[in-house]
Design a protein around this ligand. Structure first.
Ligand code: FAD
Length: 289
């Protein structure tokens, strides 16, 4: 199919892009990598009156070291995140997850701002932003505001943006952890995840001092499992820890059934991935020690 008619503008500043969105009275759409939006236009599931193309705006694509945080411009492509040495050294879970994002051609065009705004519950970057507790900077006609990732994702394919707001930057706090893992199952490599988990830990004394857990594909939004983090710290480390951890993680989710998988199957996958992820995370702390 072909899209319905739309106007097109290519502003060179964020302010001009916002003006174009305001002028469209809620009928405009921002265009970033186009990898999710263009299929929606072609299927006529979206019929914007105007496309506001961000690609002509200089200075929206960067990966910047800010000490305890890494700032990423909204127009940064997936492929740049995948190959960034800075991301590999400071945000290793993101680095490991990026090769699971779609296929090379899509990673060449897709952007972090587009992925977050599209808010697919089985997409890696939304999950990573929940995992790292990222702050999402949003610009609109009334200036700039920042929201936590967990506030940004409202429902499947639904975010908290007003129609005339644009995501401009995402700040990821660097975790002071010494072991981590990212595990995912998709029907084919590069497809959206059926289930996935990210785990990161810091060892201390005979147990764990800190833990971070996020999952995707098992709810309408990506989830950071804060209760499970506390329960993992309380478990202590022993032979049965991965098994118990898996039960804890699975008890925190209620996946939906859809044409890709039943709810039970997604839970089963998440349980297996949880065991594997914790074992890998713990093994990597031993390598660091
Ligand atoms: P666009 O398609 O340009 O825009 C998507 C939406 O976000 C639109 O509503 C647009 O208006 C809005 N938007 C874009 N940028 C902004 C902004 N800065 N501020 C406000 N709103 C904005 N993704 C995964 O994570 N994992 C996968 O496994 C995966 N598999 C895929 C497989 C296929 C076959 C395809 C086609 C896509 C897949 N994707 C996957 C999605 C891909 O990562 C997209 O690139 C991404 O979701 C959207 O990014 P984009 O820059 O292309 O955004």
């Amino acid at each position: 199919m072909k899209p319905a008619r739309f106007d097109y503008v290519s502003p060179t500043t964020v302010e001009a892009a916002i003006e174009a969105l305001v002028a469209s009275n809620g009928e405009g759409k921002v265009l970033a990598g186009g990898q999710s939006l263009l299929p929606l236009l072609n299927f006529r599931m979206a019929r914007p009156s105007i496309l506001v193309d961000l690609n002509g705006i200089a200075g929206l694509a960067y990966i910047e070291d800010r000490g305890d945080r890494i700032a990423i411009g909204a127009l940064t492509r997936h492929r740049d995140l995948e190959h960034s040495q800075l991301v590999a050294s400071r945000l290793p879970v993101m680095s490991a997850a990026m090769r699971h994002v779609a296929h090379l051609a899509i990673r060449n065009r897709g952007t972090i701002g587009g992925s977050l705004s599209h808010a697919d519950p089985a997409a890696e970057l939304p999950m990573l932003s929940a995992f790292y507790d990222a702050r999402i900077a949003i610009q609109g006609p009334n200036g700039r505001r920042a929201v936590a990732a967990e506030t940004f994702f409202v429902d499947a394919l639904t975010n908290c943006l007003e129609p005339d707001e644009i995501v401009v930057e995402i700040e990821f706090p660097v975790l002071d952890h010494d072991g981590w893992a990212f595990e995912e199952v998709a029907r084919r490599f590069g497809d959206f995840a059926l289930a996935s988990i990210a785990v990161s830990v810091r060892r201390g004394g005979s147990g764990l001092e800190d833990a971070r857990i996020a999952v995707m594909g098992v709810a309408d939004t990506p989830l950071r499992l804060r209760e499970a983090e506390d329960e993992l710290l309380a478990l202590g480390l022993g032979d049965q820890t991965p098994e118990r951890f898996s039960e804890i993680v699975v008890s925190k989710v209620s996946p939906n059934e859809d044409l890709h998988a039943s709810a039970e199957y997604r839970k089963h996958l998440l349980g297996e991935l949880s065991k594997r992820a914790l074992r890998t995370a713990l093994a990597s702390t031993e390598r660091v020690a």
